[in-house]
Write a protein that binds this ligand. Structure first.
Ligand code: DGP
Ligand code: NA
Ligand code: NA
Length: 212
């Protein structure tokens, strides 16, 4: 197939770092630069599996911890054919959370090792760029109270942050740390610059496989 593929760009970070706002702004900026772009988010709560996850996050149901980990992973895998199709069509995908959230959130629970947590996501499309929106717990707390969903406590979020720090030591992933304490516009500039570089760098390269 001729033509240039789209880039797979992921935004990660603890809750309230501004990922969703920045994903939307990035999609607009890419489009304004003549680069087709679409946003995706995980968990995608619209699918059958996503509805099970959503009910769990809203505390309307309880699920065993291993089970919910595998459901989050399955939710990513079920979107892989669509992701690949779009990337092959030259559409750049901006993704709000991915397998790194999967590993960070489950491995922050007692009794889970990193390798077990990574395994179900091994082989997913490998992001060309993962930007970690870094925000200290103090700065995050200044952005207001946590919501009512599962995981939304400062103790758990601190544990998640430590797991992300560990994952970022993996040089096989193209991590960029973004200072999320800056203004929305400044954070956006930073993210857009990294993304536009990535989009033109990878357009003739094959898509990789994560953690393989
Ligand atoms: P969001 O819709 O971005 O607010 O994410 C919902 C919550 O689910 C958030 O607290 C992060 C958490 N989360 C996202 N992906 C995963 C995953 O793969 N596994 C686990 N255990 N939690 C996840
Ligand atoms: Na949330
Ligand atoms: Na969000």
């Amino acid at each position: 197939m001729a033509g240039k593929r789209g880039a797979l760009i992921v935004l990660e970070g603890v809750d309230r770092a501004g990922k969703t706002t920045q994903c939307k702004k990035l999609v607009q900026a890419l489009q304004q630069n003549g680069r087709p772009a679409e946003m995706m988010r995980f968990p995608d709560r619209s699918t059958t599996i996503g509805q099970l996850i959503s009910s769990y996050l809203e505390k309307k149901s309880d699920l065993e911890d291993h089970t919910v980990h595998l459901l989050f992973s399955a939710n990513r895998w079920e979107l892989v054919p669509l992701m690949k199709k779009k990337l092959e069509q030259g559409i750049n995908l901006v993704v709000d959370r991915y397998a790194f959230s999967g590993v960070a959130f489950t491995s922050a629970k007692p009794g889970f090792c990193l390798d077990w947590c990574k395994n179900p996501d091994v082989g997913l499309p490998k992001p060309d760029l993962v930007m970690f929106l870094k925000l200290s717990p103090t700065e995050a707390s200044l952005r207001g109270q946590f919501g009512e969903e599962r995981y939304e406590t400062s103790v758990f979020q601190r544990a998640v942050q430590q797991k992300f720090e560990h994952l970022m030591k993996d040089a096989s992933v193209n991590w960029q740390v973004i200072d999320a304490s800056a203004s929305i516009e400044d954070v956006h500039e930073d993210i857009a610059t990294h993304s536009l570089n990535t989009v033109s760098t990878v357009e003739n390269q094959p898509l990789g496989e994560l953690w393989k």
